[in-house]
Design a protein around this ligand. Structure first.
Ligand SMILES: C[S@@+](CC[C@H](N)C(=O)[O-])C[C@H]1O[C@@H](n2cnc3c(N)ncnc32)[C@H](O)[C@@H]1O
Length: 252
């Protein structure tokens, strides 16, 4: 099993929250939880972007993440909101919570951090062990755009910008990428410019999952796909869909 190589990107949860602060997926998850029930487990919950607003609705939820710093930020935010959430620091490829869930979700392309077959199957196996008999598992992974993968590696493309949480100035992030087609890994570099001066870069390697491949991985790991949506409005997955939003259950 290959080691997880994204820890440096998630070293400071405050930056993550300033980079990714949308909630356009929340209504979709609330709708699914209403349908399939609690308790809920969020795999790779990060700073609780989704975990906290879900808990604020009175839903019983556990958030699991490998990153101590992301969970630290999550706990601060949950404390400020006064919500009760069970936070678990663990690798999604190897966890045993001694508890089962009606709804488990793996949001925000987090599965892209699992690079090899062994890691993906180990994670699926843990999920299966934690799902109640009528439970559902949801994966949210972008539908790869071939034109983005083969972009000119010498050009820079915008990611985001935000005020530095330590008041160092404006943080501007750009990226470039080289696609490793043998391993299906998009090797991305994020370049940070702070207050228009300092520049450093961080690597972000994302496993690419083609639609039929992701369906087959689930199938051969004994999941049945109940629905595959192309966006959070639950439109059917089609070639132009931005997302692969899969709802599945375990074959018993
Ligand atoms: C894109 S963030 C998503 C965070 C959150 N779910 C959200 O929607 O904002 C990916 C998260 O995956 C976590 N992660 C990466 N590899 C992991 C692993 N093997 N086990 C558990 N968490 C992992 C990272 O620490 C990070 O918090």
């Amino acid at each position: 099993m290959r080691p997880i190589d994204c820890r440096h990107i998630y070293l400071d949860g405050r930056h993550y929250d300033l980079q990714i602060n949308h909630l356009d997926d929340l209504a979709f998850y609330l709708n699914q939880i209403e349908k399939y029930g609690e308790p809920v487990l969020e795999v790779a919950c990060g700073t609780g972007r989704l975990t906290i607003p879900i808990a604020e609705r009175g839903i019983q939820i556990t958030g699991l993440d490998i990153s101590e710093s992301m969970l630290y930020q999550a706990k601060i935010k949950a404390g400020a909101k006064g919500v009760k959430i069970e936070w678990i620091e663990a690798d999604c490829r190897n966890f045993n919570l001694k508890k089962k869930f009606n709804f488990i979700f793996f949001p925000a392309n987090s599965i892209a951090h699992l690079h090899d077959l062994e890691s993906i199957e180990a994670c699926f196996s843990c999920v299966k062990k934690h799902l109640l008999p009528n439970g559902r598992f949801v994966i949210d992974m972008f539908n790869p755009s071939l034109s983005m993968l083969i972009r000119d590696p010498y050009k820079r493309y915008p990611v985001t910008e935000y005020p530095d949480p330590d008041d160092k100035g404006n943080v501007v992030i750009t990226y470039n990428n080289v696609y490793d087609s043998a391993n299906q890994i998009n090797r991305i570099k994020w370049y940070y410019k702070i207050d228009n001066k300092e520049e450093y870069s961080e690597e972000l390697n994302m496993r690419i999952f083609y639609p039929q491949e992701l369906d087959a991985l689930l199938y051969y790991n004994r999941f049945t796909i109940e629905a595959k949506f192309g966006n959070y409005n639950m439109d059917t997955f089609v070639p132009s869909s931005k997302k692969q939003l899969i709802v599945c259950y375990v074959n018993r």
